[in-house]
Design a protein around this ligand. Sequence first.
Ligand code: HEM
Length: 521
Amino acid sequence: MTHVPSQTLTTRQGHPVHDNQNTRTIGSRGPATLENYAFLEKMSHFDRERIPERVVHARGTTAFGYFEAYGAYGDEPIAKFTRAKLFQEAGKRTDVAVRFSTVAGGRDSSEVARDPRGFAVKFYTEDGNWDLVGNNLGVFFIRDAIKFPDFIHSQKPDPVNFEAGVANRAFDFWSQSPEAMHMITILFSPRGIPADYRHQQGFGVNTYKWVNAQGEPVLVKYHWIPKQGVKSLTSEDAANIQASTLGSHTKDLYDAIEAGDYPEWELQVQVMEDHDHPELDFDPLDDTKVWPEELFPPKPVGRMVLNRNPENFFAENEQIAFGTGVLVDGLDFSDDKMLVGRTFSYSDTQRYRVGPNYLQLPVNSPKAKVATNQRDGQMAYHVDHAPGQNPHVNYEPSITGGVQETPKDESYHAAVGPEISGRLTQERIERTNDYKQAGERYQLQEDWEKEELIANLVGALSQCDRPIQERMVWHFYMIEDEMGRRVGDGIGVSLEDVRDLGPLPTQRLSEDELQRVANLG
Ligand code: HEM
């Protein structure tokens, strides 16, 4: 290695360090003294090097690039559907940061685990940041945010002995949560372990809205389609990789970008009129469902290229913060109960995990101008006031030079939402239909994929208690007779054993599903 001339080492106060090898002591054998600022600073900073890892998606990696708009929604002008500026002009580029992740494991866990992958994109638009925080499988295990902490606990290590990856915990929860069946049918198929982060799709999963210049909304779902194609690993492939490295995905992405082999995804969007669509057998606000592509064809709106690696993993990956509440003009929320719950959770955890001024960090800070009266708090780095703002005025309204609201001029249109009325209640949605799309997904798989799916389910369920096995087999029969029979055969649970179980007390079954229950019996 060539000799690199050294720079002078200093403390964080800028004082030169003359000896970085020996603690200052009285005599060469000690004792040490406590007024040794350089030592105390170095050691106490080291003691604070870690911040809490993310409570979920702790293992991940970040890359940067751009999103380039097509200026159209398929062959229609995009302005018909959304006024969001980043989409309007063909060729318009917006900087992005993307963080890919696994979900359940800790920060140093295996990247070839059977686990959904996070696919979080931050668009640094001229109107402020937009975060699209999704996954690679298109649906989710639950449809109501109130279940999320329980769901995640079931995926995490046992709280007594910290044993990780306990199938009994995961399937105990799933067996009582029939809405998870669709995602389980995908997760345990070969799609459940992507080959790497480049060869996977991404999905917004939750239902959002687009709003046009007239304030008219539509419901939308987002899809990222990899130009590289989709590649997955079998359990055996994954075990072989895991035997020698835990970080194969991060390395693959970093190496590809370093080599100039920039990964690319096309953003496609499904659009639905903004109402409850009683003609569908699912609720458009249910994130355990996909929208059939023949009815709601995904159409391209732009492409994303990742062409830059982080320079500092901690600053740009550990401290980056995404959230579903981070939308720009022309994009909006739907009443999807998961989306609403998520929108509270992300910035809440980030104020704790990174600190209340996390938005002042360069990776999180919008490229758009920020001018707020929010002040102070731990690690406040600068004051977010506007150029020319009277710095004494940190309140609004004021006639002495503070910041003012943006006028509601002719360019301002609030979204025109549906009128909503109803009693305050705690109820599941009407159209749960938990098995139909799972059955369609099962049927769509090729024979070898079904083999893998069954073998993976049998492998996991053979580690579970008998009542959990039986309930899962009952659900699989509700999905598809063949799936119930094949998993049941693998773990010694027959139709006879499960047919009298009947639905869970918490289930609401459709006419078709009641018929299926009757046919089992
Ligand atoms: C990360 C909560 C559902 C995708 C996180 C984090 C929390 C959280 C607290 C850690 C954020 C941080 O520390 O910065 C929730 C809650 C959910 C939910 C409460 C349900 C109510 C989902 C769903 C998806 C998803 C349905 C996929 C569509 C992600 C991704 C990350 C993440 C990709 C990692 C973001 C990053 O890379 O920093 N979630 N989540 N989450 N979540 Fe969720």
